[in-house]
Write a protein that binds this ligand. Structure first.
Ligand SMILES: [Zn+2]
Length: 332
C-alpha cells in the first residue's frame, strides 16, 4: 500500500499531521502543527520549498486549523537540517514573523550546506570521486545537491539554538529534547513523558531505515553514534512515535530491533563485498541496485556505504587506504 497522507489529526491529542509533498521517490515528509492550551501553535518541521504546492499545503492547514493570525504561530521547531525538514522554515518565518529553532550542531551544518555554499559543489564532487564515482557521476551528484540547496530558500533570518537541557512546552505538554545523532549530526527528538508521545524526526522510521551517511564536514563516525543512540533509546517508554516519513510507530522496541538487525546484516555483507580491495562505489554497486536509483538516491547509497565501510575500518575489520585519490577498503 502506498503511503497517501492527508492533513488531519494524529492519534496524539492536539497534534495535526501536515504532510508536504516531495519531488523524490520518498514522496512525503510529515510535518506537524501542535496546538497549545493558550491557543498558540508550534510547527514541527517544514517541508522542501521546491514548488508552490509546499506553501499551498501549509496555507490549507492553517485554514483547516483556523490559524488566522501570524501571531498565533509561536515557534517553528526543526528536528534536523535536512532539506525536506528545513526547506520551508524561512518562508514560514516570513509569514508568521516567528523564531525557528534547531540544534546548535545542525544550525552550523545548515549554514555550511545551505547558506554559504560557495565552493560547495566542488567539495561534493571531490568527495564522491574519492568514493570511486567517475567524474561525470560525481559532477551530476554535486549539481543535484546544489539544486536541493536552492529549495531551502529563503533562509530563516532568526535561526536560534534549541536549549537541549531545558524541557520545552508546546501542544499542551512538556517535552524533553533528546539528542539523537546519526541521520544528521545534530538530530533531535521531542519526547512527552506524560503520555509517551515522541516526535521522532527521521531517527527511527517505518518502511525504510533512516539514511546514515558520511558527508564532508560531518561527524567521522555517524553509524557508530547512530547505533549507540538506538541502543540507549530501547527503554524509552514510547507509546506513539510520530515520524518524519510514513506511518507512526507503535512498537518502538520492535522497530529498533529491526533497524539494528538491518545494520548488522549490512555490515557483514559490505565487509564481504570489500573482497580483496574495493572502492566505496564498488561495494555500493553490489549492495544497492544502482541502475534503478535516481541521482538523489545514488548520493545517499554512496554516503551510506562509506559510513558502513568506515565503521568496519574503525573496528579493525577492514583497512582503509588511499589509491589514486580514492578511498580503498580491504580486509585487515
Ligand atoms: Zn526526512
Amino acid at each position: 500500500m502506498p503511503y497517501e497522507p492527508v492533513i488531519g489529526p494524529t492519534s496524539a491529542t492536539d497534534i495535526t499531521l501536515v504532510p508536504i509533498a516531495l519531488p523524490y521517490r520518498l514522496r512525503w515528509v510529515n510535518c506537524y502543527a501542535a496546538r497549545h492550551t493558550d491557543g498558540s501553535w508550534t510547527l514541527i518541521d517544514t517541508g522542501l520549498n521546491h514548488s508552490e504546492t509546499s506553501i499551498q499545503t501549509w496555507l490549507q492547514a492553517f485554514h483547516a486549523l483556523e490559524i488566522r493570525h501570524a501571531r498565533d504561530i509561536r515557534q517553528v521547531l526543526l528536528t534536523h537540517m535536512h532539506p525536506d525538514h528545513f526547506g520551508m522554515a524561512g518562508l514560514l518565518q516570513q509569514l508568521s514573523h516567528t523564531t525557528v529553532f534547531i540544534s546548535a550542531r545542525d544550525r552550523e551544518a545548515a549554514r555550511i550546506a545551505w547558506m554559504e555554499r560557495e565552493g560547495r559543489s566542488e567539495v561534493m564532487k571531490r568527495w564522491f570521486v574519492g568514493c570511486g564515482a567517475d567524474t561525470p557521476l560525481a559532477t551530476e551528484i554535486a549539481a543535484y545537491a546544489d539544486i536541493t540547496a536552492q529549495a531551502t530558500e529563503p533562509h530563516p533570518t532568526r535561526l536560534r539554538d534549541l536549549d537541549i537541557a531545558a524541557p520545552i512546552t508546546f501542544g499542551g505538554r512538556s517535552w524533553r529534547i533528546i539528542e539523537t545523532p546519526g541521520h544528521s549530526d545534530g538530530h533531535v527528538m521531542f519526547f512527552s513523558e506524560a503520555d509517551g508521545v515522541l516526535l521522532a524526526g527521521d531517527h527511527v522510521l517505518n518502511r525504510i531505515t533512516p539514511n546514515i551517511g558520511l558527508w564532508p564536514d560531518g561527524d567521522a563516525s555517524p553509524l557508530r553514534r547512530y547505533l549507540a543512540s538506538l541502543d540507549s533509546l530501547l527503554d524509552l517508554p514510547v507509546r506513539l512515535a510520530l515520524t518524519g516519513h510514513f506511518e507512526p510507530i507503535e512498537d518502538w522496541r520492535g522497530r529498533i530491533y529491526e533497524i539494528q538487525a538491518h545494520h548488522a546484516h549490512r555490515l557483514s555483507w559490505m565487509a564481504d563485498e570489500a573482497g580483496s580491495g574495493a572502492t566505496v562505489y564498488d561495494v555500493a554497486r553490489k549492495v544497492f541496485d544502482m541502475e534503478s536509483l535516481d541521482i538523489h538516491q545514488m548520493r545517499f547509497a554512496l554516503a551510506e556505504t562509506l559510513a558502513h565501510l568506515e565503521f568496519l575500518a574503525e573496528s579493525g575489520e577492514l583497512v582503509q587506504e588511499q589509491r589514486y585519490g580514492q578511498r580503498w577498503f580491504r580486509p585487515a
